[in-house]
Design a protein around this ligand. Structure first.
Ligand SMILES: Nc1ncnc2c1ncn2[C@@H]1O[C@H](COP(=O)(O)OP(=O)(O)OP(=O)(O)O)[C@@H](O)[C@H]1O
Length: 717
């Protein structure tokens, strides 16, 4: 049968008769000292409609080769033609619907049901719901899978592998790439799977070509052709019977061992010859770079008589295999974006607890902020040493101290008061002199003629714990205020003009804001902006990295999705989530905590959502450079502090070194916070510079970051 198949294949008049044709394919991982050459001048020929068993020891490069074939990996040099064109070539269905790929790892969404999983991939492949249903029913029965409403996470390991297998079979692709599909499958089912593979490869309609790797070498005897792979090369590529016959052996395993032994000897001989030649000062590298590839192909046709070089080989002589269009807007498929969005919403629905937490998290953060940050501290324990017991002025001064903020603790002596500060019982003490009443009256009466002794005795002394600057400053301010009020009262009692006691600075009606600004109100816009930004960054990073880590992203890309489609679908899904988050956040800030706002709400929402969009774009960059969730979380968290600092949200930008100021001004958050502050306090007016500056900076940054993320993903794709 194998022979007739090969004859049929050799006789085909197609431009590219082979389903997969590879010539001198090289692929390495890493660079410099860490470079690992995995595929080393590999030649391969898989006839159309054949079952091709790719056999080889662990780590010899089988998965790498398969990923190059489905267009998920770039190879370094050589030629690879899959179903008539380069994998990834523009308009080619690989990666895409021409191929069904079952990766080695399960690569399934644990939170989705079997039916939802198949529907997701069916939509990507452009199947309508009727045909998805029909194929799902067939595959469930054929692979003895549980009901379609069972969650993937509730399945056994073997069942998960079968679901993964069914995903590859779902759309009846022309080419099936199966990386160890029979692992964890019982012998009976394994036999049925092979029967099915044989039937679809030989069906009278569209013949399916199947490349399969397996650790059960003997099961590959059912293949039409096997490729025995070692160290990134194919040692032999023949029909199993031919191999057994040629090597006079009765098992493929023995043939493989024998070929490995021969190859090892050949390597040793080659190495010896190389060493001898090198000693003679001759260049004897095995790869002759000057040799034209086409010529090399002709030579190899003699070595591998079944390899037929495609006529248009020069078209495919690009160094990279997967060079097709993956991110141009014209190539976006709405059905792919829709499939991805449905999948995202399904996963959200499945994890309703986390979704509610996501909705509430910004609200919790703003509530905590409004409750705890920017408010005046109260009940501060403050020691009082009042030696002016004979007079009235000391007591009068103390009654003017804000009793809400300062809780007075009397002490009988300065030493006792200082001990309380040292023991951490009070934040400081106020010391009032014995002669305070007489001295203060004298001071006001004589003014410029007052003696130094009068001035000293009429001065109250503060001994503060300055380790907490904020509290110390508040106490100073409260004492200064109390002194001013006390002085005014005293002057009134003596029929003098109380204005003499005032500091000769008058705060007129402010241009914007109030004369009693609230720190909370000042901080609120920046906090709203940063909460939205970092939540979007963190959640985007995490969701992308998790999909990438579990091979789900790779599988979607192999099914024909593009990274831009995945990004757009994520942006749209996340925008819905963010809209709810922002709504709850603004209700808390504006309605419950009365952060003042003048501008139209829609403009506030636009500014905040735009900042979330910017955060998502940054998250996509993080996820494209991180391979696991811990590094992604570190990236997202690590960026929080410097971004907050540089953006002027936790400290005015004007207070940081000049060169950093320039960086800060270029950050979107700085201008966005300014813009939001402006809209909240002055109302929307497009002519106000902070508003359009904030809008344009955020917009520019978002699009720029998205573009960078798309480029990184494109390069890594
Ligand atoms: N992303 C990667 N980065 C660096 N090295 C890699 C990467 N993927 C695979 N390798 C290395 O490339 C070599 C071939 O790996 P590959 O997965 O292709 O082997 P395999 O033949 O499929 O093995 P197995 O049968 O165990 O799955 C291995 O040495 C592996 O460590």
């Amino acid at each position: 049968m194998a022979a007739s198949l090969e004859n049929g294949y050799l006789g085909m008049q197609d431009e590219y008769p082979a389903a997969v044709w590879g010539k001198d394919v090289n692929k390495s991982y890493g660079r410099g000292k860490n470079k690992l050459s995995v595929l080393q001048g590999l030649n391969m020929n898989v006839p159309r409609g054949a079952i091709y068993g790719l056999l080889g020891p662990s780590g010899c490069g089988k998965t790498t080769l398969l990923r190059c074939i489905v267009g998920r990996l770039h190879f370094d040099s050589g030629h690879l033609i899959v179903l008539g064109d380069r994998p990834g070539a523009q308009g080619h269905g690989i990666p895409g619907s021409m191929v069904g790929y079952m990766p080695q790892e399960t690569a399934l969404f644990n939170e989705m049901t079997i039916g939802e999983t198949l529907s997701y991939f069916g939509r990507i492949h452009g199947m309508n719901s009727e045909s998805i249903k029909k194929r799902t029913n067939f595959l469930l029965e054929f692979l003895t899978l549980p009901k379609p409403n069972r969650l993937v996470k509730e399945l056994s390991g073997g069942q998960k592998r079968r679901v993964s297998f069914s995903v590859a079979l779902l759309h009846e692709p022309e080419l099936l790439i199966l990386d160890e599909p029979t692992v964890g499958v019982d012998p009976l089912l394994r036999e049925r799977i092979w029967k099915h593979l044989l039937s679809i490869s030989q069906s009278s309609g569209q013949k399916t070509t199947i490349i399969i790797t397996t650790h059960y070498i003997e099961e590959a005897r059912q293949a039409n052709r096997v490729g025995l792979m070692r160290s990134g090369r194919l040692l032999a590529e023949e029909a199993p019977d031919t191999l057994l016959h040629q090597n006079h052996m009765d098992s493929l395993e023995s043939v493989f061992l024998e070929l490995c032994r021969e190859d090892k000897n050949e390597d040793n001989t080659q190495d010896n010859v190389t060493v001898n030649k090198k000693n003679q000062g001759q260049d004897c590298s095995r790869d002759n770079d000057d040799e034209p590839l086409l010529d090399a192909g002709l030579n190899d046709t003699i070595l591998y008589p079944n390899i037929i070089a495609p006529r248009n080989i020069t078209d495919s002589s690009g160094v990279h295999g997967a060079g097709g269009c993956k991110c141009c807007v014209k190539c976006l498929h709405p059905r792919n974006i829709l499939a991805q969005m449905i999948k995202n919403f399904t996963l959200m629905k499945r994890n309703i607890g986390f979704l509610l937490f996501e909705f509430m998290l910004p609200a919790i953060q703003i509530v905590l902020f409004c409750l705890c940050i920017g408010r005046d501290p109260y009940d501060l324990q403050f020691g009082v040493v009042n030696m002016d017991t004979q007079g009235f002025a000391g007591n009068l001064l103390l009654t003017n101290l804000d009793s809400q903020v300062i809780h007075q603790v009397p002490y009988s002596s300065l030493d006792a008061g200082l001990d309380s500060v040292k023991a951490g019982k009070t934040w400081g003490i106020i010391y009032i002199n014995y002669n305070f009443t007489i001295a203060i009256i004298d001071r006001f009466a004589k003014c410029a003629n007052a003696s130094n002794t009068t001035l000293d005795e009429s001065t109250v002394k503060l001994h503060l714990d300055m380790t907490n600057q904020q509290i110390a400053l508040i106490i100073q301010e409260k004492v200064a205020q109390a002194f001013q009020d006390f002085s005014s009262n005293l002057l009134i009692q003596f029929h003098k003009n109380p204005a003499i006691a005032q500091v000769p600075i008058k705060l007129e009606t402010p241009v914007y804001g109030s004369n009693m600004p609230s720190f909370t109100n000042f901080m609120a816009p920046g906090v709203i902006i940063s909460i939205t930004f970092f939540l979007a960054t963190g959640l985007t990073t995490l969701s992308f990295v998790l999909e990438k880590k579990e091979g789900l992203l790779d599988r979607s890309l192999a099914a024909g999705m593009t990274s831009v489609e995945i990004m757009l679908a994520h942006v749209m899904t996340q925008l819905v989530v963010m809209a709810v988050q922002v709504a709850i956040l603004l209700v808390c800030a504006l309605l419950i905590f009365h952060v003042p706002y003048e501008g139209p709400l829609i403009w506030v929402i636009v500014l905040v959502l735009l900042q979330g969009f910017c955060g998502m774009a940054l998250g996509m960059i993080f996820s494209s450079i991180c391979d696991n969730e811990s590094s992604a979380i570190q990236c997202a968290l690590g960026s929080v502090y410097p971004m907050l600092l540089l953006s002027g949200i936790i400290w005015p930008v004007e207070a940081i070194p000049t060169w950093m100021r320039y960086i800060s001004y270029s950050l979107p958050m700085t201008y966005a916070a300014d813009a939001l502050r402006c809209v909240l306090s002055r109302g929307w007016d497009i002519t106000l510079m902070p508003v359009w500056r904030g809008f344009l900076t955020t917009m520019g940054w978002s699009l720029g970051l998205l573009l960078i993320a798309a480029i990184i993903l494109r390069i890594k794709q």
